[in-house]
Design a binder for this molecule. Structure first.
Ligand code: BG6
Length: 467
């Protein structure tokens, strides 16, 4: 068996990372526009002011997508282009930009896939009521979603409400690496709960406005193994799943939390605070698919030493990652069976297949791989061609894992690589490249197709046969 006839061979980006034009045509500032300018927050002080300037060059970019034969393009809508203050007045130029982008994609038969929230919260809402820490955001987010559904729902079938709530909440509120730079587990748990409520409210509205559309959210998924057969490592693995994995998938896709992790968090952290009506709202909606962003697996061990958070490899210096853990619960250890990237992410194609089987068992929903890719410094040969062969190898092995998963009964809608074009990595600057298209930052952001571009073109043409 092979890939279904209508399989969505896609690729993805996100507004802040690719658009640039950060204050053009009435766009308001997002939390990232400000945070990235605080010294010490991002790799070498990089920010998305210009990024790939996709806002001004989207026609050129969509044309190369069409030449590649791309079937789907996943992009996110910057809330602050539509509503510069997060709520209130609509910015018609922002609404028009995404409308034009969607039309341009459809002109070439590329399915637009829209992410509503890829981390660029309006700064105005952060200032007004502390953003995701206030329940006021639920209605403001629903209003933003409604505007998008009403304006684009006639042409966009696939919608992703939230991108990786687990990442933006953990990094924003537990370890202070993302805005708003908080380190407080109680606040993280409450803010995470509020994202789930906002997700549910948006899905409710969607059913009325876009009755034939498909909607879900994307979770960063790190399936994991136990470091040994020792009972304490296996127990740590179970805690990892309940606290860090099912915690998010369950509340987004089943409307509940794993009971033991919920009991623990409420006892130890006094959160999440669940109000009457919350669980009813969460349970009242169904997603059409589970979105997963998959890059690597984890190896989990018991955390006797109470290892805490010890930083992240954001430099691309291999082996610089220190051991991280959550005191009282588990820690991450190196998996000596696997190769690692220069940013110390384990390369584990079969983990993708394994992870999807776990999801099927627990939720039995169709799956969309909304991100998968290799972050690397790409080699350029003497003729100036970008020979990103490690990326081709990475993607090939993961596509084989998808095929195997389909053969094992996974209902896989599509596969989006991260990313279509080289763009800003939030904490790793422009050094960490993911794209099929290179951007010459020394030469007016000129685009150049990499070896992987031509390779993926053939994959798509042959519907995954020629890999
Ligand atoms: C996901 C995000 O976490 O992974 C993307 O949705 C991000 O926005 C991607 O860029 C890769 O992560 P990083 O940190 O290597 O840029």
């Amino acid at each position: 068996m092979s890939f279904p006839k209508d399989f969505l061979w896609g690729s993805a980006t996100a507004a802040y990372q690719v658009e640039g034009a950060w204050n053009q045509d009435g766009k308001g500032p997002s939390i990232w526009d400000l945070y990235s300018k605080i010294p010490g927050t991002t790799f070498e002080g990089t920010n998305g002011d210009i990024a790939a300037d996709h806002y001004n060059r989207y026609k050129e970019d969509v044309k190369t997508m069409a030449e590649m034969g791309l079937k789907a393009y996943r992009f996110s809508i910057a809330w602050t282009r539509i509503l510069p203050e997060g709520s209130g007045e609509i910015n018609p130029k922002g609404v028009k930009f995404y409308s034009d982008l969607i039309d341009e994609l459809l002109k070439y038969d590329i399915e637009p896939m829209v992410t509503l929230y890829h981390w660029d919260l309006p700064q105005a809402l952060q200032d007004k009521y502390a953003g995701w820490e206030s329940r006021e955001i639920i209605d403001d987010f629903a209003n933003f979603a409604k505007i998008c559904f009403e304006n684009y729902g006639d042409r966009v079938k696939y919608w992703i409400v939230m991108n990786e709530p687990n990442v933006f909440i953990d990094l924003g509120y537990s370890i202070a690496l993302h805005p708003p730079g908080v380190k407080d587990k109680k606040r993280a748990l409450n803010a995470g709960h509020i994202t789930a409520l906002a997700n549910a409210k948006a899905i409710k509205l969607f059913r009325d406005i876009v009755p034939n559309g498909k909607i879900g959210s994307s979770i960063a998924y790190g399936p994991a193994y136990s470091a040994s057969n020792l009972p304490e490592d296996k127990a740590a693995l179970e805690r990892y799943y309940n606290h860090a994995v099912w915690w998010w998938f369950d509340v987004y896709f089943k409307g509940e939390y794993p009971q033991d992790a919920l009991d623990y968090n409420q006892k130890v952290h006094g959160a999440p605070e669940i109000y009457s009506g919350d669980l009813e709202l969460l349970k009242s909606v169904n997603s059409d698919f589970i979105g997963i962003n998959y890059y690597c697996t984890q190896m989990i061990a018991d955390n006797k030493e109470n290892v805490g958070y010890n930083g992240m490899n954001n430099s691309g210096e291999k082996n610089s990652q220190k051991e991280n853990g959550v005191p009282g619960l588990f820690k991450h250890v190196r998996n000596t069976n696997l190769e690692y990237t220069d940013w110390d992410w384990a390369i584990d194609p079969d983990g993708l297949r394994y992870g999807m089987l776990q999801l099927k068992e627990r939720y039995n929903l169709p799956i969309l791989i909304s991100e998968n890719g290799l972050g690397a410094v790409d080699p350029i040969d003497v003729e100036g061609n970008i020979q990103d062969i490690p990326r081709i190898d990475y993607l090939r092995e993961h596509i084989i894992a998808c095929r195997n998963a389909i053969n094992e009964g996974i209902d896989l809608i599509g596969y989006c690589t991260w990313s279509y074009i080289d763009l800003l990595s939030w904490l790793n600057g422009y050094k960490k490249q993911y794209g099929f298209v290179y951007i010459d930052r020394e030469n007016n952001l000129a685009r150049k197709k990499k070896a992987s571009y031509f390779w993926y073109k053939e994959v798509i043409e042959s519907n995954g046969e020629k890999i």
